[in-house]
Write a protein that binds this ligand. Structure first.
Ligand SMILES: *[C@@H]1O[C@H](CO)[C@@H](O)[C@H](O)[C@H]1NC(C)=O
Ligand SMILES: *[C@@H]1O[C@H](CO)[C@@H](O)[C@H](O)[C@H]1NC(C)=O
Length: 263
């Protein structure tokens, strides 16, 4: 029996409260003394609120209306108000990668945003450096201020060989326009490599390649000719003696060889 009695008790109390609230609501609705949002009720009269950009230095009295004064240099109030002081503009801290996108004034708050290359993160309630797209991926354009980079794979015909939070995929080099041929095809991470020249252009280039060799060859021929001439002159003077000596030496050498063989 005891638990039942306990349960029944709150009901009448609740009903009484509801009745009270209903009556209160009725009285409020029935007496709209200050219907405007720009006015407030005090001491049984309807007084003026302060306009945006001003605060209420003193409330109204039975004889005088509210006294409003303008906000200070670095302050603001953006509503019709009864505030006893203005709000201080926030600081856009460059050390936290913040910049003021709207300096604000007496009636509007200053608005900060992340610097270029940063975006607002809800997780840390701070500016985070934008994601860098890896090679093979490019940043989606147009870049959104205060938004993280969107990286997209490079389409066929485009490549990205760097880590960048701003660069798009670049188009492959068009070898045809440069009058060259493709030596290595491009990938999403690397550009096409063009050959140094077209095959039809190779012959005119050949002399350039062989010219050093030709010069060296000519030089050696010259040296050989000069040597032959000098040798020739030398021979004519001492020719007989030299040949005689040479024959003598050869005979001796041969004789020794045959002698060695016989013994
Ligand atoms: C204050 O700044 C707001 C928002 O930028 C602007 O709409 C308003 O005209 C400015 N007021 C004054 C007095 O400059
Ligand atoms: C290179 O450029 C020419 C002329 O604009 C075009 O016809 C050709 O398709 C291009 N080649 C490549 C591989 O983009």
């Amino acid at each position: 029996m005891a638990p039942r009695a306990r349960r029944r008790r709150p009901l009448p109390a609740l009903l009484a409260l509801c009745a009270l609230l209903a009556r209160l609501q009725v009285t409020v609705q029935l007496s709209p003394l200050c219907p405007s949002e720009r006015r407030y009720e005090r001491l049984g009269r309807c007084c003026s609120k302060c306009e945006p950009g001003k605060y209420m230095s003193s409330k109204c009295t039975t004889t005088s209306d509210s006294v409003c004064l303008p906000c200070g240099r670095d302050e603001y109030l953006d509503t019709w108000n009864e505030e006893d002081k203005c709000l201080l503009h926030k600081v856009c801290d460059t050390g936290k990668a913040l910049v003021a996108v709207d300096p604000g004034n007496r009636t509007a708050p200053r608005r900060c945003a992340c610097m270029a290359g940063y975006h607002w993160s809800q997780d840390c309630e701070c500016c985070r450096r934008n994601t860098e797209c890896a090679p093979g991926l490019g940043a989606q354009h147009p870049l959104q201020l205060n938004k993280d980079t969107v990286c997209k794979p490079c389409r066929v015909g485009y490549f990205s060989d760097t880590f960048s939070s701003t660069d798009k995929c670049k188009p492959w080099t068009n070898c045809t326009i440069l009058g060259k041929t493709v030596e290595h095809p491009g990938t999403e991470k690397s550009d096409v490599v063009c050959s140094s020249s077209l095959p039809s252009r190779k012959p005119p280039n050949e002399p350039q390649i062989y010219l050093p060799g030709l010069i060296i060859l000519l030089f050696f021929i010259c040296v050989a000719v000069v040597a032959a001439v000098i040798f020739g002159v030398y021979y004519r003077k001492k020719g007989k003696a030299l040949t005689a000596n040479l024959w003598h030496w050869i005979n001796e050498a041969c004789g020794r060889l045959s002698g060695n063989k016989e013994t």
